[in-house]
Design a protein around this ligand. Sequence first.
Ligand SMILES: Cc1cc2nc3c(=O)[nH]c(=O)nc-3n(C[C@H](O)[C@H](O)[C@H](O)COP(=O)(O)O)c2cc1C
Length: 321
Amino acid sequence: MKIKNLKIHGKTFLAPLAGISNLPFRLLVKECGCAVVCSEMVSAKGIFYNSEKTLTLLSSKKEEQPLSVQLFGSDPDSMATGAKVIQDLNIASIIDINFGCSVKKIVRQGAGIALMREPKLSEIILNAVRKATDLPLTIKLRSGWDPSGQQAFEIARIAQDAGVDAIAMHPRTANQGFKGKADWHLIKDLKQQLTIPVIGNGDINSVEDAQKMIALTRCDAVMVGRAAMKNPFILSQIDDFLETGSYQIPSNYMLFRTMERLTQMYVAFFGEKPACQMLRSRLSWFVKGLPGCSAFRAKLSGINSKNHILDLINEFETSIA
Ligand SMILES: Cc1cc2nc3c(=O)[nH]c(=O)nc-3n(C[C@H](O)[C@H](O)[C@H](O)COP(=O)(O)O)c2cc1C
């Protein structure tokens, strides 16, 4: 698959996940195997005003390439500036624009899924961003404000005409949040209407789900969010399965080494105290289903240093060996 001139090796994208798909997590997923990783959404206004917090979200390392950096906003000038700054920083292989976030704070600014009911403004933003960067440009949208998908089809056509190079779709409505089921038939309909690649997203919880989505929709690639938070190997498993018909389930040994690796990278990037806070949830997602995981999770709530975490991981590994 190609997005503009960028050759993608594989069919798997780590979804943009605010608060989760930070640099250490992306590096981990990349090490586990994945074609493309996506950043957390980054505020175009934040870049425009040089906000320190926003600029931290733009931290990147060459090992994670190709990286897709996602911008959100509703002001054409700051979106164009944001895209230009990202291009000049030389951190992204792809720039993605958020047309799908349904969180109130974002919608109130007219950004995310609010853009899906503003086709004219969407067109202006997309033309401005397209003019500002020659990097591969993608958008990620939902079905829209009603379940028909008509708003998605309209925005997608506008995007394609504006020179957008691929579209990712999470087929849930604005009001659905994460409730109900993603309507994969809308991905199929979208794919039939476009000439640019379509990336299918929503409710891929297993390797087999990815295969089913591709068979149903003919999408060019799949994007996985929540399942990768629990199993960072799922993207490479999907690519292996699609290519060879089989995939490996990581041994407990690999799982524990992965947890140690994430711990080391979080502490190095965020500092020990904030890393401990974040790793309480992150590490507990990884061990779901293992015997004794509840006791391990309870112990994680008291972690206060890197060595403390590494000791707990070691103790848990020994207990189930
Ligand atoms: C914690 C969390 C944060 C998310 N942040 C973003 C984001 O920053 N940008 C975006 O486009 N979508 C975001 N999403 C939506 C996901 O990218 C994805 O579309 C959604 O989770 C459906 O895919 P899944 O079923 O594989 O999780 C987020 C989802 C979750 C659960």
